[in-house]
Design a protein around this ligand. Sequence first.
Ligand SMILES: Cc1cc2nc3c(=O)[nH]c(=O)nc-3n(C[C@H](O)[C@H](O)[C@H](O)COP(=O)(O)OP(=O)(O)OC[C@H]3O[C@@H](n4cnc5c(N)ncnc54)[C@H](O)[C@@H]3O)c2cc1C
Length: 389
Amino acid sequence: MHDVAIVGAGPVGLLLGILLRQRGLDVVILEQRRRRSDHSRAIGIHPPALAVLAEAGVAEKLIASGVQIREGVARRSGRDIATLDFGCVPGPHPYVLAVPQVLTERILEQQLHTLGGRVHYGRTAQRIDDGGGRVTLEVSRCGGTAGSAGSSTDPGREKVYAARLAVAADGARSTVRGLLKVPVASRRYPDTYLMGDFADNTSDGATAVLYLEPEGIVESFPLPGGLRRWVVRTRALDPEPEPGRLAGLISGRTGGTVDVATNSMLSSFAVRSRRVRRMVHGRVALIGDAAHEISPIGGQGMNLGWLDAAALAPIISAALQGQDTGEQLRVFDRSRRAAAATAGWQAHLNMALGRPLPPAVLDARNSLLLPALAIPGAAAVVARRFTMH
Ligand SMILES: Cc1cc2nc3c(=O)[nH]c(=O)nc-3n(C[C@H](O)[C@H](O)[C@H](O)COP(=O)(O)OP(=O)(O)OC[C@H]3O[C@@H](n4cnc5c(N)ncnc54)[C@H](O)[C@@H]3O)c2cc1C
């Protein structure tokens, strides 16, 4: 019997594991993969999440591994038309920290180990029962450890884990959510993107650049290791992305070139949002993408999940000490769903900003909207919104 079972060792499950270990709880983390994913999705870590990561003891390492984005620039036809300075963002971290998700997860898992926790890889939760004062998870096993080639020691064997409470941090397609038949509101967007990392041959340094072009937006973000991430809005989902095609779109819209041979990550994605109506169901809570998937455009999904974990950890600890946490859970549920709605709205705006427009309409829109960024008060509001304040 564990104190808490966490399903999913993505960034959100890992952080919750750390925060619960720091409170002295016995946590088991079950992860269906045989080893950590090497697919880099999230890169942007925002100031409120950095404060939580500092409490978890990993902020310093992440900051040392990342690039601090202190300003963003809107560019059109090779000309900078607006600048957004994050310097006015309150707190000790007035920047967005860029770290590839794969590196972030590695640092989180190292900290979990330091605190005596570990991820049980190759464990797929398949059944859940919330009854008799405990949660029972039936898990199929396929063996393997982090970083290993995934040796299949006991394929298919089933195992049962029991815990006083459970948390589903099992991502956008959450199995636990399905097993508990939790209703979910879902929406598809018409937006599709092609994204890839290349050696940084621009002179933009640590600045994020949004190219607002008639064929659709191109975003470019600095990454550690002399890389740059490029995200391009496409007309349709590219089923078989190729670096050359992404390079062609970048040069066609921005006039800049990337070296195809240096491509180190490539992915195409469509956008969907999903939101549960309640995050707490009996002895099980849903957090992260399992509770609210939002568009990657705006880069807030992982941060949102981390803030769920930070809000939930003290409540779990209090509940396990026998305190009545009913009201705290209601506040958690309400405030975290409200935060997800705000982030979803922000992502919606970001996507709208990047849709194709005839040149004259685009320029009219830009000249209407962007001058506001030259007004200090308005710029501060926008900077705070972009950094999740
Ligand atoms: C292209 C892209 C770019 C993004 N950029 C950003 C960004 O810059 N900033 C940001 O904040 N967010 C960003 N996001 C969103 C971010 O990646 C997600 O919000 C984040 O990964 C969610 O973390 P999670 O731990 O909730 O879920 P996941 O990362 O999906 O992890 C869930 C884990 O649960 C495991 N699992 C699933 N089912 C089971 C089961 N039955 N049993 C056991 N384990 C299971 C999975 O294998 C997985 O490891 C981006 C997303 C994409 C696609």
